[in-house]
Design a protein around this ligand. Structure first.
Ligand code: SF4
Length: 145
């Protein structure tokens, strides 16, 4: 909602094609609006009403918003994933979730203790680290999806 100053469209190069820049890193990238999101992208009501938002963001319905250049979005956006794992208790009740930055969100103190132990033994990031965490959580008795 507040990345309009950071993900900047520099030039439109086609009907749905843009040359862009990630201002924070100075990285340029070229993006095409995903074919299945073009109808949504054509409606500019949302970005017009929310000038601080990224120009590629659009409402998805039911109060949710989403990216219309999912395929071509820059690395920073791809890395930032709201939710990479849901953690359930052995009874199948939601115990917490982990975001793309490997932060645990949970009010379950037992899970927090387990996670703090696991995270201190994680080296690196990415798919390998995520798989390691997943296996360790399962070993500790949680269900992970
Ligand atoms: S994920 Fe998409 S909508 Fe969100 S900031 Fe990145 S490019 Fe913009």
């Amino acid at each position: 909602m507040y990345l309009g100053d950071y993900i900047v469209i520099e030039k439109q190069t086609g009907q749905y094609r843009f040359d862009c820049c990630c201002v924070s890193t100075g990285t340029t990238f070229s993006a095409e609006v995903d074919p299945d999101k073009r109808d949504r992208f054509d409606d500019t009501t949302f970005p017009d009403q929310n000038p601080a938002a990224c120009r590629f963001l659009r409402p998805l319905g039911e109060g949710r918003i989403g990216c219309t250049i999912h395929t071509d979005s820059p690395a920073q956006c791809k890395y930032y994933r709201c939710r990479i794992m849901d953690i359930l208790s052995t009874e199948g009740k939601e115990a917490g979730y982990i975001t793309g930055t490997l932060a645990l969100h949970s009010s379950d103190s037992s899970l927090r203790d387990v996670y703090n132990r696991i995270i201190t033994t994680v080296s690196g990031a990415g798919a390998e680290a995520e798989e390691y965490i997943r296996i360790e959580l399962i070993r500790a008795g949680y269900q992970v999806r």
